[in-house]
Design a binder for this molecule. Sequence first.
Ligand code: ACO
Length: 369
Amino acid sequence: MSNTQFSATASGLDNVVAAETPLSHVDGEAGRLIIAGHDVEELASSHDFESAVALLWRTAGLDPAPSEADVRRDLGRARAEAFGLVPALLAATAGLSVTEGLRTGFSLLSDEGTLSPQIRAVGAAPVFVAALCRREEGKEAVAPEAGAGHAADFLRMLRGRPASEAEVTALNAYLVTVTDHGMNASTFTARVIASTRAGMISAIVGALCALKGPLHGGAPGPVLDMLDDIGTRENIDAWLVREIAKGERLMGFGHRVYKVRDPRADVFNKAVMLLTNGNERVRFARDVERAALAALKAAKPNQRLDTNMEYYTAVLLEALGIPRSAVTAVFGMARVAGWSAHVIEQERVGRLIRPQSRYIGTWPDDRAA
Ligand code: ACO
């Protein structure tokens, strides 16, 4: 076994600036997220998903600049087009999880066609996720409605019946909030792939692969598992202390950039409170959160660990009836907006991303000595 020592900060590219972008900015000390000139709290309450997508693509410099109406019309068309691929998707993904199914689904898309690849990818995501979720319940896929709103159409395709206005508002708040987030791992992946001129669809497939890990977008499912496993209020403290002592990470806490509370957690907390009027599950999640923050502080006094957005993503998406197996895919359904904007921008930059590594192995001259 090698005894080479890796530097944690070099291995994680901490504080390395990998791109210049007007798309989004994360201030980890202030707990502030700016997306295309808007504070995330304001964006989530003033935009629906389609208008946020148009904003991001315009900000990325897409030419011609799309209006909100263009994006609404073309997303409807793209959802209808994607429904034609559902039989091939289901045939190719038997036994795969919803997120892995979405990964295959993106791979079925072409960079060529009447609609742009970014519209095709953003439009296909809810159609594929809904069909994959329904397959898990032994149900037939439901066709999209081209004239419907993106969030409303997703919930209808998922359930086979229309969602309430409150549910559509809550899902829009979620989708808008997570459209983009600086140089996170999946966005960086998308930009690296785009920089080789491999094309939009390949960049999106790669980005989803990076998203699905539990240290990135795969955390909400385990957050819900944690809440279920804890089960009762009496069990909270003992459960948390035991898991931390075992060296386990508490899902939904800690962040590479945020050293204070992730502002997106508050947007989702507010949305789920409005949606459920603070039901027992939400109150329980809040109690677990409070106890987890105290337990982390006691166990790791030198680390600044706070709630990240995945904690309340889990609680909000559960309240919306999104199956646990699909929460990461629903994250991808929204983040594809940001990935595609970054790909558009990276293609404009036009320069291959090719960093260096520092060699810490044995030099041939030393071996000979
Ligand atoms: N629970 C317990 N300890 C933690 C946690 C956690 N959630 N997060 C970090 N730590 C500890 C580490 O064990 C380490 O402690 P040590 O020095 O005693 O070994 C210390 O804090 C530093 O950890 P790093 O791994 O260096 O921190 P990093 O910046 O790489 O971690 C990450 C960020 C991966 C998100 C981490 O906090 C984590 O694993 N959280 C849990 C998973 C999660 O919630 N993921 C979703 C992130 S949000 C998103 O991507 C959308």
